[in-house]
Design a protein around this ligand. Structure first.
Ligand code: NAD
Length: 275
């Protein structure tokens, strides 16, 4: 007998769900917040700075104003450093006051850190990258899991979704970026472990690993013609990626359309190849 094909009527509808997005003020984080809000999610943005960096539409509305204005969702912004436990206490207080729930956490805030030969890096430079790119992700995950576990599961069995932004650099050994590559690799291993630990309880733990997306993070590198050319030759696609495409990948993983994707690492790098 053929299997019945059940299709949800609106698998991308996130109405009534609350999403926390770190690094929400610019780049990928801003696009992720917009993509989730477009589908109805209420947004709590977290960032060191409320606005965008110089040269990146710094006069445009802040993300939390934009999503409220354009999509009518609830939105709050917590200005803080994701490496601090007190920031996460504030984020959780804000979420529980705003909607009483946390359905989606997007661990997006990250830095490239010092670029150069690793034997010339200081311990402080190494630790800075690990602290923001890995330790802060641990703090965020630890903060949301008790609330997610206490929530009723939806029909697909999901109580909460944790999406962490890694990078194709975790796989390709990007030159002179050992701390960054190590930090992004750690997230992939952590995600697999979390998927095992929390999958049966309905917490979907997934990764998005983007390739080259033009943002403030890599603006300096992409302005260097030879580095930019290297990236182009390693990207078998007519262009680099866009932040809204990272938003779309996250939206898929945040939605019911991906409910059987626990542990998944979604590469969206146009088939990037290391020369
Ligand atoms: N741009 C790319 O090509 C690319 C590729 C792969 C992965 N990524 C990943 O995507 C994520 C976002 O990168 P982006 O390119 O949008 O960078 P970005 O520099 O444009 O934005 C990062 C945001 O994170 C915030 N942030 C940094 N440290 C923080 C801290 N300690 N506390 C709170 N907020 C903090 C910044 O203020 C900024 O708003 C990062 O994890 C990055 O590693 C980017």
């Amino acid at each position: 007998m053929p299997h019945a094909v059940a299709t949800a009527s609106a698998p991308y509808d996130l109405s009534g769900r609350t999403a926390i997005v770190t690094g929400s003020s610019t780049g990928n984080g801003r696009a992720i917040a917009v993509a989730l809000a477009q589908c109805g999610a209420d947004i709590i943005g977290v960032d060191l700075h409320p606005g965008q960096p110089k040269g990146f539409e710094e006069d445009a509305p802040h993300t939390h104003d934009l999503v409220q204005r354009d999509y009518g969702v609830k939105s709050a912004f917590v200005q803080g450093d994701v490496t601090l436990e007190e920031t996460w206490e504030k984020v959780m207080r804000t979420a529980l006051e705003m909607t009483g729930r946390v359905d989606i956490l997007v661990n997006n805030a990250g830095i490239l850190g010092k670029v150069g030969p690793v034997h010339e890096a200081t311990l402080a430079q190494w630790q800075l990258v690990m602290n923001i790119n890995v330790n802060a992700v641990f703090l965020g995950i630890r903060a949301v899991i008790p609330t997610m576990l206490a929530q009723e599961s939806r029909s697909g069995g999901v109580r909460g979704t944790i999406i962490t932004i890694s990078s194709n650099a975790a796989y390709h050994g990007a030159p002179e970026k050992a701390p960054y590559c190590a930090s992004k690799g750690a997230l992939i291993s952590m995600n697999r472990a979390l998927a095992v630990d929390y999958g049966r309880q309905g917490i979907k733990c997934v990764i998005v690993s983007p390739g080259i997306i033009a943002t403030a993070l890599n603006a300096q590198e992409l302005a260097d013609p030879s580095r930019c050319q290297n990236y182009r030759s390693q990207t078998p696609w007519p262009r680099f990626g866009r932040v809204d495409e990272v938003g779309s990948a996250v939206l898929f993983l945040a939605s019911d359309a991906s409910d059987y994707c626990n542990g998944t690492d979604l590469a969206m790098d146009a088939g990037y190849i290391q020369a």
